[in-house]
Design a protein around this ligand. Structure first.
Ligand SMILES: C[S@@+](CC[C@H](N)C(=O)[O-])C[C@H]1O[C@@H](n2cnc3c(N)ncnc32)[C@H](O)[C@@H]1O
Length: 220
């Protein structure tokens, strides 16, 4: 299924051009950091309901979640990634689409994994993305965000296309503003380490949803 995107978006075009290289360098779960695998594995154990791997790329995290008992689906802008993931993990579902407009009803997902997939969004565009993650996640559902961490919010020259690095506190504020409670924050820094941040959050309950609790048809 193709969900409401054209291949004209600059991020999509850049990843299309880099897809083979990206799959080669980052496309296998064994190429991920052991601490990240431990975090995602633990998070997987606490998820109920369908989880969306939002920006699934080559599909390695989607497959990892499935191996740990999660009912998961991947979505990505880049057809080359979706083709690769579908071929490599034939039992799993991957769609070409944008997580900025997710094709599911409000509150229907158990959780969202967004692992290094909001790194290219301009800071002013990110609240709407987290609002969409909040819209689709059921009260009590999970959100796990991986990103480049840095003391100041700033753009930098990522190999594929410009990306941003975020202070973990500022990223947490955005996530909270969208209707999640931050449960855990993780950082990894040091010599020869690419500064990394991860945030585990939980969708606030129905009583606290306010304007987030709107039907899917009016939220898009
Ligand atoms: C750095 S890669 C990460 C891929 C994968 N999560 C991983 O850890 O290897 C960023 C991914 O986010 C995807 N992406 C960025 N914006 C997106 C959007 N609006 N909707 C769907 N995918 C998006 C890109 O196509 C790319 O595959």
């Amino acid at each position: 299924m193709i969900v409401g995107v054209t291949n004209t978006d600059p991020v999509s075009r850049s990843y299309s051009a880099w897809s083979e290289k990206y799959i080669d360098v980052c496309g296998s779960i064994s190429q991920t950091h052991p601490s990240d695998r431990a975090l995602v594995r633990t998070w997987a154990g606490s998820q109920t309901g369908t989880v969306l791997d939002a920006g699934s790329g080559p599909g390695q995290w989607t497959n990892f979640l499935a191996q740990h008992g999660v009912d998961v689906r991947g979505i990505d802008l880049v057809p080359e990634f979706v083709d690769h993931a579908t071929t490599t993990y034939p039992g799993l579902t991957f769609d070409v689409g944008s997580f900025e407009q997710i094709d599911v009803a409000t509150g229907s997902l158990g959780g969202v994994l967004t692992w290094y997939t909001t790194i290219h969004h301009r800071p002013e565009d990110l609240p709407a993305v987290f609002d969409e993650f909040a819209r689709v996640t059921r009260p009590g559902g999970g959100l796990l965000v991986g990103f480049f961490e840095w003391p100041d919010l700033e753009p930098f020259g990522h190999l594929v296309t410009q990306a941003y690095r975020w202070p973990v506190g500022q990223m947490g504020e955005l996530i909270e503003a969208a209707g999640f409670d931050v449960v855990e924050t993780h950082t990894r820094t040091g010599k020869d380490v690419r500064p990394h941040g991860a945030i585990v959050a939980r969708r606030r309950g129905a009583a606290a949803l306010g304007s987030q609790m709107v039907p899917a048809t009016t939220a898009n």
